[in-house]
Design a protein around this ligand. Structure first.
Ligand SMILES: *Cc1c(COP(=O)(O)O)cnc(C)c1O
Length: 384
């Protein structure tokens, strides 16, 4: 869609045309596996729904447009998207990874892909010099998450890009943009080669689908990834694509409210005596607040806190909220709370990227902020 339109307009219209046969304004759910051909190999661009499906085509066009990339591919989950990107590599290739990467990404890299000859080094990506120092002759990928899950650390994408290009090696920079969403942060414009999303989170926005996406600008990578999407086959069904299309129409409205609510809540938590530390890039006390202001349009809806009372207090806190539901995942309209050490990040226990047991992660929803603060206040007030 025309670059002259603002993000909010493109979120509603990009990639979508009224249905040519009926005029239906919403993209139909093309719930079909195959397409009739008029003669052998004569068809209208669709042969089989693993390869292409019109509902998925519309979603992919929208995702590419919003991320400012030329191409996007949709997947059955965020993990399927990440796995497919990693298949661009060969055995023996080396990847530099953000040390507090999403637990599932760490598990995929260490427990699955390492068995096929890929190697990984985990570094503190808040320091671009550490990323540069970790480059080896076989380094082919830098895997960034910013902000990270669950510690909300930021990578300076532009500076890491500059340092990586400086090595003269052909290294792809991939950014997992799930926490920020394309509404708040655009890694391709900052020099990243590949963006991935768990569309399960803010893009879908309603906790009703599991999905993933990959966005990029390079034609050769696109051809290879498109080939892999079809050859490996981890594609989303048309109904999930349709729900994601529908969810994205309010992405800009939701991100604005998520960010407003989260900033108010982060300030409340920072002043609360039961809380030892608050991780939120929108707080002046966040060590990378200036970078967050430069790199993000707003600070998003994710907050992590460490309880003064440690693991016991953390477990009690997450069990006592009434509006904040105790659940994994994030990015939906409803507020969620969880204990990463025993839930989302249990697979990192005893590893070099383990999270502190007193940590609690909040996904701040779009409910009224005063109700949310009152809920947290009552839960914190009754801690052991
Ligand atoms: C949830 C998540 C994933 C994995 O996505 P799924 O859709 O659950 O497969 C990857 N990265 C981040 C940052 C996530 O939060």
């Amino acid at each position: 869609m025309s670059d002259s339109y603002h993000f909010d307009t493109r979120a509603i219209h990009a990639g979508q045309e009224p249905d040519p046969t009926t005029g239906a304004i919403m993209t139909p759910i093309y719930q079909t596996s195959t397409y009739v051909q008029s003669a052998p190999a004569e068809h209208r661009g669709y042969e089989y729904s693993r390869t292409d499906n019109p509902t998925r085509t519309a979603l992919q066009a929208l995702l590419a447009d919003l991320e400012g990339g030329r191409f996007a591919l949709a997947f059955a989950s965020g993990m399927a998207a990440i796995d497919t990107v990693m298949r661009l590599l060969q055995p023996g290739d080396h990847t530099i990874v953000a040390s507090d990467v999403y637990g599932g990404t760490f598990r995929l890299f260490e427990k699955v892909l390492a068995r096929y000859g890929l190697t990984f080094t985990y570094v503190d990506i808040t320091d671009p010099a550490e990323v540069e120092v970790a480059v080896r002759p076989r380094t082919r990928m830098v895997w960034l998450e910013t902000p990270t899950n669950p510690l909300l650390a930021l990578a300076d994408i532009g500076e890491i890009n500059r340092r990586i290009r400086h090595t003269g090696q052909e290294i792809l920079i991939a950014v997992d943009n799930t926490f920020a969403s394309p509404c708040l942060q655009q890694p391709l414009a900052l020099g990243a080669d590949i963006v991935v999303h768990s569309t399960t989170k803010y893009l879908g926005g309603h906790s009703d689908i599991v999905g993933g996406a990959v966005e990029h600008d390079d034609e050769a990578n696109y051809e290879r990834l498109k080939f892999l999407q079809n050859a490996v086959g981890a594609i989303p069904g048309p109904f999930d694509c349709w729900l994601t299309l529908r969810g994205i129409k309010t992405l800009h409205l939701r991100m604005e409210r998520h960010s407003e609510n989260a900033l108010r809540i982060a300030r409340f938590l920072a002043d609360h005596p039961a809380i030892e530390e608050v991780y939120y890039p929108g707080l002046e006390s966040h060590p990378q607040h200036d970078l967050a202001k430069r790199q993000m349009r707003a600070f998003g809806g994710m907050i992590s806190v460490v309880l003064r009372g440690g693991e016991r207090a953390a477990r009690a806190f997450v069990s006592r909220t009434r509006i904040f539901a105790l659940a994994e995942s994030l990015g939906g309209v409803e507020s969620l709370i969880e204990h990463p050490h025993s839930m989302t990040h249990a697979s990192t226990a005893d590893s070099e990227i383990a999270v502190p047991p007193g940590l609690v992660r909040l996904s701040v929803g779009v409910e009224h902020v005063e109700d949310l603060i009152a809920d947290l206040d009552q839960a914190l007030g009754s801690l052991p």
